[in-house]
Design a protein around this ligand. Structure first.
Ligand code: F6P
Length: 324
């Protein structure tokens, strides 16, 4: 391999830039060229490439977002789109690809590999941490720190005014952010997509905490929870059933996806970038690099896509005990 392409795709996450930097510099270290591909697969279709040397990634290890930009490409879902993309890569002399993104991005990479026998390697980048084959995705740790920081601030108002706050966090299909940040920020209850707590249990828990003398409470809710109500409808429902509570809602939104990556995410990104490039140079393809028990590992892309990143039952139990 003489030239590797790198792209970011899907939702951005803190640490993506550190991963781009790692890929670019590992290529330089091994005396091969590196091309940045803009706007994910869409840029591949449009031939939007830029040669990247080690100095082109100065001062980005600390930056959120992605300097290569990201997009969701409908055209890449068509055979014609992928053929165009493949031809552009061949024309530019790019012989292998590092894809930084989530499961949608990996699905694209796997199809591309199957169709053209093209070497691909995935790096998991999403704040949701919903990828099988890695204990941490890039951006998860940073997002947790952001959420905990926000809830700490919300707690000041909650306790000053004896209020109940419903805090909605990201996680369309996964409760990892809600569960971990909820424990870290001392939430009373945590609602996640993987487990239907049921409204009755929530009310019961809030009743108990009032009876136990708690004057304020925080409930953390993943946006994809299974309660079947929006966070605002949930507020109305609790107010109707427990009028003693003064309730406010706070939806944290996209602030969770931005910001400087934590040290953990920067180190992780650097390690995964090295492993991705070196694995391609060893002739490996169609894997995702990840981290398990603090060891960098390879998981077949297919398993990473289809596998389930399970919620840790121990964490659920800890959360229960902590709200005593
Ligand atoms: O990156 C994943 C995620 O943060 C989900 O938790 C959330 O539902 C989604 O992105 C929002 O994406 P968009 O920016 O497209 O609204």
């Amino acid at each position: 391999i003489k030239k590797i392409g790198v792209l970011t795709s899907g939702g951005d996450s803190p640490g993506m830039n550190a991963a781009i930097r790692s890929v670019v510099r590992t290529c330089a270290f091994h005396n091969i060229e590196c091309a940045g591909i803009y706007r994910g697969y869409q840029g591949m279709i449009e031939g939007d490439f830029k040669e990247m040397g080690p100095r082109s990634v100065n001062n980005i290890v600390n930056k959120g977002g992605t300097i290569l930009k990201s997009a969701r490409s409908k055209e890449f879902m068509t055979v014609e789109g992928r053929q165009k993309a493949h031809q552009n890569l061949v024309n530019a002399g790019i012989e292998a690809l590092v894809v930084i993104g989530g499961d949608g991005s990996f699905t694209g990479a796997e199809i591309f590999n199957n169709e053209f026998g093209y070497p691909v390697m995935g790096i998991p980048g999403t704040i949701d941490n919903d990828i099988f084959g890695t204990s941490h995705t890039l951006g998860f740790d940073t997002a947790l720190n952001t959420v905990v920081d926000c809830i700490d601030k919300i707690r000041d108002t909650a306790s000053s005014h004896n209020r109940l706050f419903l805090v909605e966090v990201m996680g369309r299909d996964a409760g990892h952010i809600a569960l971990n940040a909820g424990i870290g920020a001392g939430a009373e209850e945590i609602l996640i997509p993987e487990q239907d707590l049921g409204l009755e249990r929530l009310l019961e828990s809030l009743r108990k905490s009032k009876a136990a003398g708690k004057s304020s409470s925080i409930v953390v809710i993943a946006e994809g929870d299974k309660i079947g109500k929006s966070v605002f409808e949930l507020k109305d429902y609790i107010e109707e059933n427990l009028p003693e509570y003064d309730i406010r809602v706070s939806v944290l939104g996209h602030m969770q996806r931005g910001g400087a990556p934590s040290c953990y995410d920067r180190v992780l990104a650097s390690r995964l970038g090295v492993k991705a490039v070196e694995s391609l140079l060893e002739g490996k393809s169609n894997y995702m690099v990840g981290i398990l028990n603090d060891k960098v590992t390879l998981t077949p892309l297919e398993n990473a896509i289809k596998g389930h990143s399970e919620i840790d039952q121990e964490l659920l139990r800890v959360s229960d005990i902590m709200s005593t």
